[in-house]
Design a protein around this ligand. Sequence first.
Ligand code: SF4
Length: 475
Amino acid sequence: MSNFKENNMGGDSLHGKCHDKKFAVINPTRMCQPMGAVQAMMGLKNAMPLIHGSQGCATYMRFQLIRHYREPIEVASTSLSEKTVIYGGELNLLKALKNISEKQNPEIIGVMSTCLTETIGDDVNGMIKKFKDVNIGKNLPAMVSIPTPSYAGSHVEGYDKAVLSLIKHFARKMIPNNKINIILGNLSPSNLAEIKNIMKDLNVEPILLTDASENLDAPLTEETLELHKFGTSLEELRDTANSNATISVTKHNDSGAKYLEKVFGVKSISGSMPIGIKNTDAFIKSISDAMNVSIPKKIIRDRGRLSDVLVDAHAYNYRRKVAIFGDVDMVIAMARFTHEMGMIVEVLCVGTESPRFKKDLNELIDDMNHKPIVLENKDLHDFGMVLESNPVDLIIGNAYGAQIANRFNIPLFRVGFPIFDRIGAQRISFIGYNGGIKFVDAITNTIIDFYYDEEGYKFADKKLSFDTQSFETHI
Ligand code: SF4
């Protein structure tokens, strides 16, 4: 890393030792805003995301999404070139809106800006208006401008902005619907399906913002690539203004909920991601209170099964040191859950900074009675440097953590986005009690596979970071 000038001014880790700061990002733990907005668009029915920027932006997003979900993904582009950078991208955007409207006939086109178009200052709203003005009388799709300047925030903010823009564009006050809006964030189809199962068990009808559960884990068919047939409909987006409440399952994705509360009086509840016992309890209670429904025996039984697997797996997981990186809300919730599993949360790394993350972190530290090393607004280079002097038994994060795990000869448990080096990213579950059961099974088996032989004896040459006499012989 000698190419990067370093100094000792950094030292901004919240807890733990100071860390040299670089003037570059090496292996970021976050992606750009339009990526998050495209992910939100993937959960809409009959909709097309359009990236207003260079061809490379749309190609990069398609590439990441396809290799993660292993599904065909359509992302349109206005394909800006050097000339359009100088003269503006209006002509390209108007052409793209015409082509998509005529050839694919979606109900919704979401237009995401990029680094380039934000920097040159393209007025996307004005261009959409111009397109509508010259096509008066035609049956046009709804066109929603989603401002996603990629030099700020991350894909998490991109998802948030997409949901906010969709709600602002479509939500209309009509008659109360006795439903609950749930803003989901970038969750796997399996995790989304688990949220839907919980709603079914509670006998509550949700409007999911947005629901990619079927679009991104679809059966094999002989149909050619077309717009998604499932997901949140335009009518549901309109109806969000008439629900009893909106729950954001990730705190950093609650702008749409706050807007609905301010403009339409729909109560906003920002919770922690329902991962593990405590967070899932809070999520279920929030829905039960907002919808005035009682918690059925089935859910209580699922909670009991998760508690049971925590006890079953405890001997393997107790005091195993874990390092977690990824999206802010997921990292905090995952840290709490691994603490519930008996692990020691040693290092946390996120690619952004946020007061809400700090607040959640302080609550977590109080509950754990232990201060992990926290890297905020850091990259995987920083993460690897910290692990050199703070060994852990397991890393939890996306596929970009594989090189670091190999370097330290420890397992990487893959969660988050992207996961391109394994099959089944869309079926990874950790949400709710049932997702939690699958998570504990999988993570414990990873530890057993790596650190124990087939009879349950620890491998002598793969020493865990914490060994005690009582656990050293065999389980
Ligand atoms: S960071 Fe900017 S240039 Fe790169 S893919 Fe995102 S929007 Fe495009």
